[in-house]
Design a protein around this ligand. Structure first.
Ligand code: FAD
Ligand code: SF4
Ligand code: SF4
Length: 403
């Protein structure tokens, strides 16, 4: 496999997910900026050597946690436990995306003194449809930022600022962000010394902002008039809700929001994501709707996969101290039913990567993610990806100015 050898190659070959690491590691050379399509991508400010960024960039490398675990599954990888769980605090459970596990664990790490702050993302107060990285200092701050944000997020743009504080902290982010943190830890010893937990959501893909703009268009709302853009939560899954300065409110159900797959505008790195299930994280949280989609609202239940001994210990401590409730063990085959799209993606990935390579495009290196073992030699999938690549569907342009 040919890997990208520059940030430009990562972006131009559709391998960038806009994680923000470029800006964190080299703020004089890179600044995250929106492209006209509504993707966050690194904008070049100056020339320089990007070898340190490429060594951790999710567009160039992806790797599972190397440590062994007591359980291993062909699809779901290594794990210490799989359980059904939710936030014990009913307010967190209601407000959060699913059952509030990520928020409850983040808040618990702060209230128990295990972490001084949580690096994650939240709605940008100045532009509520967009997300911005934040360092939440109190449990209330973590709760304030709860909920899934289905647009671009560059949480890792805050990584250097977080490390520079020299205090223990947790990260809540996407699986690709977790991978970048682990890779970066190989050359930055502060990460293993200071990051007490990396918590992720199982991730079906990040839409570009065009998906959110389409919601505004539907209700004839100008982005500048927004005071709230909540993608889900306040129920499970809860509605997508927008509010405006003049007191208007509009809602769409989760099923309406995601009914038409052709309008999802999922970014290209997500279509070839080697680890959307959090194999580089300490713990991953998911939805557990049978068949993969909700049939209505429920009280909020997360499927939780503890990936590391540290993740399992955190979950056990949060249960013991009353911050989290769990009621039954889950199995990999149950997760197959909850997440059929993740199973398909894992099984089709090798063919998609071959298609890209046949089109002459570089792809990321991968390790420990069972991509070759799961290869179904799907010729149609390979040809489809080759055709899409030849049609320019994996080709992007670097941003040239701040949108
Ligand atoms: C882009 C995206 C795709 C998803 N796809 C799937 C899927 O395929 N299958 C599935 O089971 N679940 C998926 N989810 C996850 C699901 O919606 C819940 O986030 C997950 O179950 C955790 O629920 P929770 O109640 O514990 O989260 P909460 O307690 O509400 O906490 C969510 C946390 O995630 C952080 N966060 C939210 N959005 C982002 C983002 N875009 N980037 C980085 N951090 C973010 C917030 O800062 C917050 O700390 C997806 C979520 C996102 C954001
Ligand atoms: S994926 Fe992250 S590190 Fe890689 S080019 Fe994009 S913003 Fe930079
Ligand atoms: S699908 Fe993969 S690349 Fe896309 S946002 Fe999710 S974890 Fe990142």
């Amino acid at each position: 496999m040919t890997q990208p050898t520059s940030i430009r190659q990562v972006v131009e070959n559709g391998l960038c997910i806009g994680c923000g690491l470029c800006e964190a590691l080299a703020p004089a050379r890179w600044r995250m900026a929106y492209t006209p399509e509504g993707r966050l991508r690194p904008l070049a400010l100056a020339a320089g050597d990007d070898a340190d960024i490429l060594a951790a960039c999710p567009g160039a490398v992806a790797e599972a946690l190397p440590e062994p675990a007591p359980q291993e599954d062909g699809i779901w990888g290594k794990y210490h436990g799989m359980t059904r769980a939710w936030a014990a605090d009913p307010d967190i459970r209601f407000r959060a995306a699913t059952g509030g596990i990520l928020t409850a664990l983040g808040a618990y790490l702060l209230s128990s003194g295990k972490a001084r702050f949580v690096l994650h993302c939240a709605s940008d107060p100045a532009a509520p449809m967009q997300s911005t990285w934040v360092m939440s200092e109190t449990p209330q701050d973590v709760i304030h930022a709860c909920g899934s944000r289905y647009g671009p997020s560059d949480t890792l743009a805050g990584l250097e600022a977080a490390l520079a504080r020299g205090e223990p902290f947790a990260v809540i982010a996407k699986p690709c962000d977790a991978g970048a943190i682990r890779q970066r830890a190989k050359s930055d010893p502060r990460i293993d010394a200071l990051v007490v937990a990396v918590l992720v959501m199982v991730c079906g893909g990040a839409s570009d902002l065009g998906k959110s703009r389409a919601v505004l268009d539907e209700f004839d709302v100008d982005e500048r008039d927004l005071t709230l853009f909540r993608y889900r939560g306040y129920g499970n899954p809860g509605p997508t809700r927008i509010e405006t300065r003049d007191g208007m409110a509009f809602e769409k159900t989760y099923l309406d929001m995601w009914a038409d797959e052709s309008g999802w505008r999922i970014q290209s790195r997500c279509k070839i994501c080697p680890d959307a299930i959090g194999e580089a994280a300490d713990l991953a949280a998911a939805d557990i709707w049978p068949g993969g989609a909700p049939v209505g609202e429920d009280a909020g239940f997360n499927g939780v996969i503890s990936r590391s001994a540290r993740g399992q210990a955190l979950l056990d401590a949060a249960v013991a101290d009353g911050a989290v409730r769990q009621d039954k063990a889950l199995t990999p085959r149950m997760f197959d039913d909850f997440q059929p799209h993740q199973v398909r993606k894992k099984q089709k990935l090798a063919a998609r990567l071959r298609g890209l390579q046949k089109a002459g495009q570089p792809v990321f290196a991968h390790e420990g993610l069972r991509i070759d073992a799961l290869d179904t030699r799907d010729i149609q999938e390979e040809q489809g990806t080759l055709d899409r690549a030849n049609a320019g569907r994996f080709t992007e342009t670097m941003p040239t100015e701040i949108e």
